[in-house]
Design a protein around this ligand. Sequence first.
Ligand SMILES: Nc1nc2c(ncn2[C@@H]2O[C@H](COP(=O)(O)OP(=O)(O)OP(=O)(O)O)[C@@H](O)[C@H]2O)c(=O)[nH]1
Ligand SMILES: [Mg+2]
Length: 325
Amino acid sequence: MAQLNPFRKAFHLPSKQRINWFPGHMTKARGQIQHKLRNVDCIVEVHDARIPISGRNSQFFDTITGNGVKPHILILNKVDLLGANQRNAVVRQLRTLQPELKNILFSNCKDQRYPGISNIVPLATKLVSESSRYNRAQSADHNIMIIGVPNVGKSSIINVLRNVHLKKRSAARVGAEAGITRAVGERIKIQQNPPVYMIDTPGILQPSIKDDEMGMKLALVGCLPDHIVGEELIADYLLYWLNKHKRYEYVEKLELSSGPNDSISSVLAEYAHKQEMFHRVKQYNGQVEVMTNLLAAARKFISFFRTGQLGDINLDEYNGHLNIN
Ligand SMILES: Nc1nc2c(ncn2[C@@H]2O[C@H](COP(=O)(O)OP(=O)(O)OP(=O)(O)O)[C@@H](O)[C@H]2O)c(=O)[nH]1
Ligand SMILES: [Mg+2]
């Protein structure tokens, strides 16, 4: 008989909490993107390979491509954290959901020789040559705009391509936090012949994320700054997801003596205690008490996931299939 999974069946946010992040620079960037579109020949949409379905800002991105009129490539980046054996299933699922999605590439900016990286520019130039360029038909330049949600590696891809094709150093600012690129930049040259330029844009989320789990997945892969959602809540979602999918690698990684556990506070407390993560907390009566540092433990747990130390994980997978939010 199949063993029953004794853990939570659904994830609920604390009451009144919503997962949203739409700062002013995103509103501004939407306008800047629309303004530059006239001179763009191809749209490269980048998303995190660990959430191939969740969180793509589809409505806005559809308007940018003129609902498929402009050539479009979807790049699933950070494939090093997804794992090679999951790629085919991801493509099948994406094509089932969105049959019009023809050009899907995987990439890994940590490895310049990754085939998906060297395929981006040839595919883009081919699509542009096959497309109707209207006002730009006479121009030899190929302008590619790179769009996507925050922190998925848009600027990294521009830097890698510039290095691969032109052997030139990085030109776009990159960082581990969401919201590093804050405005639409000037075009950056990435190839000489034919001349190919890329336009970097800030990551843009939906103004209102209605699906809580989708919001938590975006938070877990780092598309929102951690403090917006809270590290302990992100860690709780991670624990929920791992238990629900029977991915118990965390038990060994966190050195939990009593096996899988669905209570984030006891998991973090045990780990913090073992790792001697303590901090001093001032009590209401003025006395200072030394307590286990649950926040530090939550950060460590999240970082294990983000650096692939809990195994290859596709957060949209559900019992071997993909879950559509
Ligand atoms: N493991 C891994 N990390 C990556 C990859 N590509 C980018 N990163 C890291 O992801 C983080 C975000 O990269 P950026 O290029 O700044 O992402 P972005 O999409 O431009 O982010 P915003 O400008 O904030 O929208 C950085 O810490 C990169 O080093 C990849 O393929 N694999
Ligand atoms: Mg950027």
